[in-house]
Each structure stands twice: as C-alpha cells, then as structure tokens.
Design a protein around this ligand. Structure first.
Ligand code: CDP
Ligand code: CDP
Length: 221
C-alpha cells in the first residue's frame, strides 16, 4: 500500500479538518478516514460503561475491538447509528483523555492504516502526518484562532439543534488543545514537512482549492 497516495490534514478542533478533508476526498475520489471518530467511539463506549479512566487495559481492549462501521457518512457502533452521539462535547473531552493513553493509540493503528486503499486516502486528525502516515505525499496542518473555532463549533451545534454555550465551548476547546499538544504520545504538532494554513479568515472552498493545488504540484514531481 506504500504507493497509494495519502493526504494528511491535522490540526486543532474546529480548524475545519473534517469538512475540508471530506470535500478533498470527494473531489479526488479518494477514501476518507475520520481518525477522531475512532477516539470518540472509544470514549462513548467508556462513558457508557462503568470503566474508570485509570483502567488503561480495559480501555485499550475496547479500542482494539471497536465494532464500528462507516457507511454513507454515518458511523455505526455495532448496529447503532452513533453519528450524532459521538459529536457531543462531553464525548470530545473524554476522547482527548483516552487519546492520551499510549495503549489506546497503539490499539487503533492498524484500523487506521487499513483505510489506505486505492486510489488514495485523505486522513484527518492530530497525528496523521506525524505518526500514522509519515510517508504521506502531502501533509497539511490547519489552524484558526480559538475565538473563531469556538464560533464555528457553536454555529455547527446550533444547526444540529444541540444546545451549547459559546464561552464553555471556548474553554473546552482550549483545554482540549492543551491536553492534545502537551501529551507525551503523538502530541498535536505539525509534521516537519507539513504545510500550515491559518483558516481564521479563509473559507472552506478556498482551503480546499489550496490543498488540491498543493496536491497537484506534489503529484507532478
Ligand atoms: O474537523 P474539525 O473539528 O477541525 O472542524 P470541522 O468540523 O470540519 O469544522 C467546524 C465548523 O467550521 C464547520 O461547521 C465548518 O463548516 C466550519 N468552517 C468554516 O466556517 N470555515 C472554514 N474555513 C472551515 C470550517
Ligand atoms: O472534531 P474535533 O477536531 O473536535 O475532534 P476529533 O478530531 O473528532 O478528535 C477528538 C479527540 O480525539 C481529539 O481532541 C484528540 O484528543 C483525539 N484524536 C487524536 O488524539 N488523534 C487523532 N488522530 C484524532 C483525534
């Protein structure tokens, strides 16, 4: 699978990774990996059980046996459609806690690399370019200010009819950024060879165009 091109899109929460990665994948007819969903699925399972966050072995076991299925942009856990349930902020917070456990990250590696299938893959998350696909042909790191990211997340939740408070969203995302950037295992950092794009004042279409241009350039060489 080493010849199959991968585009990695990493960055903090609400920087636009998911939206942009999905569109880039569609335009190129590539597969798409939402790696954050795997941590969220693990987190949801933990929240629904009486397993404690200290119980590393049990959480890693959940991660390595996730009965998950991705179909028509819906996400299933066993037979349940959990697409909306995993987007809740409490699940995001728990996801960043289980994601700091090295055994959990290890348990999810082969599931992620398995998404690399012809004709190509776009993967979004925190460590796509640094750890999971270090040989990616193009590595993008998206950023945006905390204020703008909180506004985006707020709008997104409102549209889905999920109640939210902008100040607590902002606090939550800053707390999550800290946990993600300061953990020992696969911290949120741009890969050395990543191209960084600040999307604070960049629309979705412009961001997609930029990435497609970069990919076209890389593919020529
Ligand atoms: O995946 P990630 O958490 O990085 O972000 P997302 O879920 O793709 O984007 C969060 C929200 O910001 C979505 O509602 C996007 O439509 C919006 N967004 C935006 O308004 N402008 C951008 N340049 C990127 C995303
Ligand atoms: O959509 P949003 O950016 O808020 O989060 P996500 O991409 O769904 O990821 C949820 C959490 O999973 C993050 O806060 C990270 O702690 C963790 N994660 C990770 O550690 N590595 C990844 N490749 C993807 C997500």
């Amino acid at each position: 699978s080493i010849n199959i091109p991968v585009i990695t899109i990493d960055g903090p929460t609400a920087s636009g990774k998911g939206t942009v990665a999905r569109i880039v994948a569609e335009k190129l007819h590539f597969h798409y990996l939402d790696s954050g969903a795997l941590y969220r699925l693990t987190a949801l399972s933990v929240l629904r059980s009486n397993i404690k966050i200290e119980d590393v072995g049990q959480i890693a076991s959940i991660a390595s046996h996730l009965p998950c299925r991705f179909a028509d942009s819906r996400i299933f856990l066993a037979d349940e459609d959990v697409s909306d349930a995993i987007r809740k902020e409490e699940v995001g917070i728990m996801a960043s806690k289980v994601a700091a456990i090295p055994e959990v990250r290890k348990a999810l590696v082969s599931l992620q690399t398995g998404f690399r299938k012809a004709p190509g893959l776009v993967g979004d998350g925190r460590d796509m370019g640094t750890v999971i696909f270090p040989d990616a042909i193009l590595k993008v790191f998206l950023t945006a200010s905390a204020d703008i990211r909180a506004q985006r997340r707020y709008k997104q939740l409102m549209e889905k009819g999920i109640p939210a408070n902008i100040d607590s969203l902002r606090n939550d995302l800053i707390e999550r950024d800290l946990r993600d950037t300061q953990r020992k295992e696969s911290p949120l950092v741009p890969a050395k060879d990543a191209l960084t794009l600040d999307t604070s004042h960049l629309g979705i279409d412009e961001t997609v165009e930029r990435i497609l241009d970069w990919f076209a350039q890389r593919s020529k060489n």
